[in-house]
Design a protein around this ligand. Structure first.
Ligand SMILES: *Cc1c(COP(=O)(O)O)cnc(C)c1O
Length: 434
């Protein structure tokens, strides 16, 4: 499989090059040159296939021969070795719980796949790979966890001091081994600026093999197709589902749509947004008008210019009309979000967190207008990660899941740095983390 850049000004790249570069040299996003056609047998035999077999069949055409089948199968097995239950909330809405991975967020899937691919490519290479990640919380922990103990790869995470939750900080700072956490006395933008400048620094790049792990990387984006198939595998109804995805940078829904284009059955997609409604407005009026992000309860979707919008354009031949045939979008505000968390807990005894609640509200409104249809929301994080909002909405305490109890009493190991590039560069040049 070859990938082109959405800016059309870079040479075509294979999977290895696209995954190692992250972004194309012309700053475009990599997109597959031709979309595969999924084998009919995959959909027909879905119920009898294992998760790893499904993942392997879905992703193989995108990798081609760049990772041998047996190694790719093992990567798939490790990527999806936790549960993805589809839970009925009521008669018409089911929740695909994507928070049973090691960091309790759906980003685990993409991060685990990407880390193992890069680990595969860099094994046997004489130069270690150093991944730089700036994080406001979820991305850093998923990436750090995904890369833990991956050979020949070091991860340096930059997070804003005092601005991530307690659980998130422990997830970032207690892994050790090939993971180093830098606690930056600044905000997320400071962290991101340091990382961006590092990629532009010639001296640094000649010393270290630097790469990023952000969500535009094809190795993080494409494996997000997997769980749409896991949802269908558990879908009990005759009619195909309406699939509602809480969206920020639109990587997740774009993966669902590429799966659909290549043969995965679905009735309709909804991009559920919070007050950051550029895409909702685009579908309505046909004009794409990015704007600064505003802060909401569903903060992983506080994005004013979704990076994967260009991929949506590619997928639909740059036509808003084509998009409208299969996608709709809805913007949900904070008050509606907490009302939804409260009502769903009260009426159906099901606990949503803010991102899932945005999706629930968007899907419910859609189904009210389309009687007889049924749908799935993607629940992208565990309620414990948004504990304050959830507890305030329901008046009940969120139980701490077993899988994070081990963090209790652990000591954070972080290196404090100021948000100035020279100290960051000195730290990297000394190479103490490797
Ligand atoms: C990242 C994230 C999203 C948004 O996903 P996109 O692929 O950026 O649209 C939604 N919910 C949670 C909990 C997230 O961490």
């Amino acid at each position: 499989m070859k990938y082109f850049s959405t800016q059309n000004n870079s040479p075509l790249a294979g999977f290895r090059e696209a995954a190692t570069r992250g972004q194309a040299p012309d700053k475009g996003l990599y997109f597959p040159c031709e979309l595969p056609v999924l084998p009919k047998s995959l959909i027909e035999n879905l119920s009898s296939l294992s998760k790893a077999e499904i993942a392997f069949q879905v992703i193989s055409p995108y990798i081609g021969s760049e990772i041998p089948a047996d190694a790719l199968f093992r990567i798939c097995e490790e990527t999806v070795n936790f549960d993805f239950p589809l839970v009925d909330i009521n008669d018409s809405i089911s929740s695909l719980e994507l928070f049973h991975g090691p960091t309790l967020a759906f980003k685990d899937v993409g991060a685990r796949f990407m880390s193992r691919c890069l680990g595969y490519f860099s094994s046997g290479s004489d130069k270690k790979l150093t991944i730089l990640v700036a994080t406001s919380g979820d991305t850093g922990s998923a990436v750090a966890n995904g890369f833990l103990d991956v050979e020949n790869v070091n991860v340096v995470i930059l997070y804003p001091s005092g601005k991530v939750s307690n659980i998130q900080e422990l997830q970032l700072t207690t892994l050790g081994r090939n993971i180093t956490a830098l606690e930056v006395s600044g905000n997320f933008d400071d962290c991101q600026a340091l990382v961006k400048q590092a990629f532009l620094d010639t001296e640094l790049n000649s010393r270290l093999n630097l790469t990023s792990a952000n969500s535009i990387n094809v190795a993080r984006w494409l494996p997000q197709q997997f769980y749409y198939f896991f949802a269908l595998q558990q879908w009990k109804h005759e009619q195909m589902p309406v699939i509602c995805v809480p969206s920020g940078n639109f990587g997740n829904i774009c993966a669902g749509l590429i799966a659909h284009k290549t043969g995965m059955p679905a009735l309709h997609f909804i991009a559920a947004c919070n007050c950051n409604d550029v895409f909702t407005n685009y579908l309505q009026h046909g004009d794409y008008l990015p704007k600064p992000a505003v802060a909401t309860y569903s903060n992983a979707m506080d994005v004013g210019d979704p990076s994967n919008f260009v991929r949506l354009l590619e997928l639909f031949g740059h036509s808003v009309g084509n998009m409208r045939e299969i996608i709709s979008s809805c913007s949900v505000n904070d008050l509606q979000t907490t009302d939804t968390i409260r009502e769903v807990e009260k009426n159906f005894n099901y606990l949503l967190e803010p991102h899932g609640a945005v999706a629930y509200k968007a899907l419910k409104d859609y189904l009210d207008l389309h009687p007889g249809q049924k749908g799935i929301i993607l629940e992208t994080a565990h309620p414990i990660k948004f504990r304050e909002v959830v507890e305030k909405a329901t008046g009940k305490v969120v139980e701490i899941p077993e899988s994070v109890k081990y963090l209790h009493g652990k000591e954070k190991q972080s290196i404090p740095i100021n948000p100035d590039f020279q100290s960051f560069k000195d730290f990297l040049m000394e190479g103490k983390f490797s």
